[in-house]
Design a protein around this ligand. Structure first.
Ligand SMILES: [Zn+2]
Length: 339
């Protein structure tokens, strides 16, 4: 982990706001577009002027009017700029809704810029699938636009409790320039159960879920195309990360699987996946961890011992196993020893 003192002093705020800033966007690796981003808010625009690397917002249209930007598998690091989860947007006849905004204000701004190349309709809604920083810290790019920020009713308290740590830790990990303009932007609309958003000619159905990946998971279904944004209830390639309840997550997957969906958009993995096939690897991983932890508890083994041994059979199936698996076993042990 890089420390803040190893990062060179930022001069993000030293040049003029009127400076012509160009953001290069590459669509599907083929067409290249460049345009002025000087109208973006102070801080973000300045950061772009100083950013050492190009900020890209490649998107794939996974269904008519539904676009997904695929993040890379990784943890916040200088080489990925915090672009480590999937984000997306849905274009209606009257308005656009964004679903997750990426891990920094710059990434949110790149997504916003990409939207403006596809439609003149305003972004009226920014929906967050849960509190994790890679999904919410791009919200800052949309703050000046007067849109509604929508999340699970438990998102705000969960994010507030972690805000200081999320900002400090990820700024140090990704670098000060890449993190410029990034701040916590909380939901203005909290969803307790379900909520509908009318974008004009298409409705989004939002459901606040019981504790699973986190205690504030929210799914977003575009009724027009049957596209379900699962957030981090589904991982593919990237090992699942447990920050809620392993029992709750398995229960929720069992409830979700019979639901019809033309496709799902996972929080980490391809831009779109078949349903319910996408659920199987996550379910298998969680079942292996839960069974291993329960067996360890039943035989009187310690948490430390369980962390060393449980779930090793899953290692070859996932990226970032070393980064997250032991933490998952630890969280599962703490939960299951009290059942
Ligand atoms: Zn997450």
């Amino acid at each position: 982990m890089k420390h803040a003192n190893s990062i060179e002093q930022s001069d993000c705020y030293s040049s003029s706001i009127t400076r012509q800033t160009f953001l290069r966007l590459v669509l599907n690796g083929t067409a290249t577009l460049s345009f002025a981003a000087a109208g973006l808010r102070f801080g973000i625009a300045e950061a772009m002027a100083q950013a050492p690397a190009t900020v890209e917002a490649n998107v794939i249209e996974v269904a008519h009017g539904v676009f997904v930007h695929q993040g890379r598998h990784g943890v916040y690091a200088p080489d990925n700029g915090g672009d480590i989860c999937n984000t997306g947007f849905i274009i209606g006849d009257d308005a656009v809704a964004v679903v997750d905004t990426g891990g920094t204000a710059l990434l949110g701004a790149a997504l916003k810029a990409r939207i403006s190349t596809l439609t003149d309709r305003p972004v009226r809604y920014v929906i967050n699938t849960h509190m994790h920083p890679d999904h919410v810290l791009g919200n800052a790019a949309f703050k000046a636009d007067g849109c509604q920020f929508v999340g699970h009713e438990k998102l705000a308290p969960a994010l507030l409790a972690r805000a200081e740590r999320y900002l400090a830790y990820n700024k140090a990990a990704v670098g000060e320039k890449a993190f410029a303009g990034t701040e916590i932007v909380l939901p203005t609309v909290g969803v307790a159960d379900h909520h509908e958003i009318d974008l004009g000619g298409r409705t989004l159905a939002l459901l606040a879920r019981a504790t699973a990946h986190t205690d504030n998971d929210l799914t977003v279904r575009d009724e027009k195309t049957g596209t379900l944004f699962t957030g981090d209830l589904i991982f593919s390639g990237h090992v699942p990360t447990l920050d809620g309840s392993i029992r709750g997550w398995l229960k929720l997957l069992a409830e979700l699987e019979p639901a019809a969906a033309e496709r799902i958009v996972p929080g980490h993995g391809p831009a779109a996946m078949n349903w319910p096939a996408a659920s199987a690897p996550v379910k298998r991983y969680l079942e292996v961890v839960a069974a291993g932890v329960r067996a360890a508890i039943a035989s009187g083994r310690t948490m430390r011992d369980a962390i060393e041994t449980v779930g090793e059979s899953e290692r070859a199936n996932w990226q970032l196993f070393d980064e997250f698996h032991r933490r998952n076993v630890s969280a599962a042990f703490a939960e299951l020893e009290w059942e």
